[in-house]
Design a protein around this ligand. Structure first.
Ligand code: GRF
Length: 197
């Protein structure tokens, strides 16, 4: 399974996927990494691994339509079977959503449908979980459609909220779980246990 990973910032999830592929934990390889952020660690991590890394943004391409065309060109050039959004802070263009329908997944650091939607990203999510007095949170992997965080949920795992947690301590616990969970779920996708197409 040829995977393209889209990421905007740190790329620790991307690294977990790359490592999972290298350690044969899944029948897959990361064939391209795309970021809207030229400074993202994700691009650096891809370059370190000799994986084709692309900085593509609407600003650089001259608009959303031309950006989508560039993204589609990269995806077809690398024979991409599946797209994974690992901290990608942009909505995908409808032409990309349509062409890769059912083959695009996102990871969200909470138990959707709770704590999702526009504005629910990064520390905002963990802050909201703590403020709501939740005793557990988790990680959700879902298919991507044209609305934030609302596509079909394909896998979830729970993570406890501990007494005295701050958004930062909770974020660190959730992220550590993401790294393991991603490998489990991508392995299921690569074996056809979760369908693509
Ligand atoms: C993760 O918390 C993920 O759930 C969210 O973005 C974050 C990515 O972290 N979608 P990193 O950039 O991979 O370290």
């Amino acid at each position: 399974m040829n995977v393209a990973v889209f990421a905007s910032h740190g790329g620790s999830d991307l690294q977990a996927i790359i490592d999972g592929c290298k350690n044969n934990k899944m029948n897959a390889q990361v064939v391209a990494v795309i970021s809207n952020n030229s400074d993202s660690m994700a691009l650096q991590r891809a370059r370190n691994e000799k994986i084709p890394a692309y900085h593509l943004s609407a600003k650089k391409s001259g608009g959303e339509d031309s950006l989508a065309k560039e993204i589609l060109d990269v995806l077809s050039k690398h024979g991409v079977d599946m797209i994974f959004l690992a901290g990608y802070m942009r909505m995908l263009h409808i032409s990309v959503l349509e062409k890769y329908d059912h083959r695009i997944f996102n990871i969200h650091p909470a138990l959707l449908p709770k704590f999702g939607g526009k504005g629910m990203y990064g520390m905002n999510v963990h802050k909201a979980v703590i403020e709501a007095g939740e005793t557990e949170t988790g990680v959700t992997i879902h298919r991507v459609n044209a609305e934030y965080d609302s596509g079909e949920i394909v896998a979830q795992t729970k993570v406890p909220v501990m007494e005295g947690d701050t958004p930062e301590t909770l974020a660190a616990r959730v992220l550590a779980r993401e790294h393991e969970f991603l490998v489990e779920v991508l392995s299921d996708i690569s074996e056809g246990k979760i369908a693509i197409g």
